[in-house]
Design a protein. Structure first.
Length: 69
C-alpha cells in the first residue's frame, strides 16, 4: 500500500485580483488541517508575498495593481 503526501498550501502560487484585497491566510476555503492564526498578506509593495506561518505564496494577477486608501 502506498500513500501520497498531502499537498500543502505553498505548492502553488495563489493568484489574486486587486478587488480581493486585503488578502489573508488561511483563506476561507482552507482545509481544517492547514489552519493557523489569521495573517494579512501585504501585496501592495511587491505584488507577491508569502505567509509567515505556512509559506503559502500570494501574487497579484498580471496587470492588477493594488490601490491604497
Amino acid at each position: 500500500m502506498s500513500s501520497a503526501a498531502p499537498s500543502s498550501p505553498h505548492d502553488d502560487v495563489i493568484l489574486v485580483e486587486a478587488a480581493d484585497l486585503p488578502v489573508y491566510c488561511p483563506g476561507p476555503k482552507a482545509p481544517l488541517w492547514s489552519m493557523h492564526p489569521r495573517v494579512y498578506i501585504e501585496l501592495a509593495k511587491a505584488g507577491k508575498a508569502s505567509c509567515p506561518y505556512c509559506s503559502a505564496t500570494y501574487q497579484l494577477k498580471e496587470g492588477e495593481q493594488a490601490h491604497g486608501h
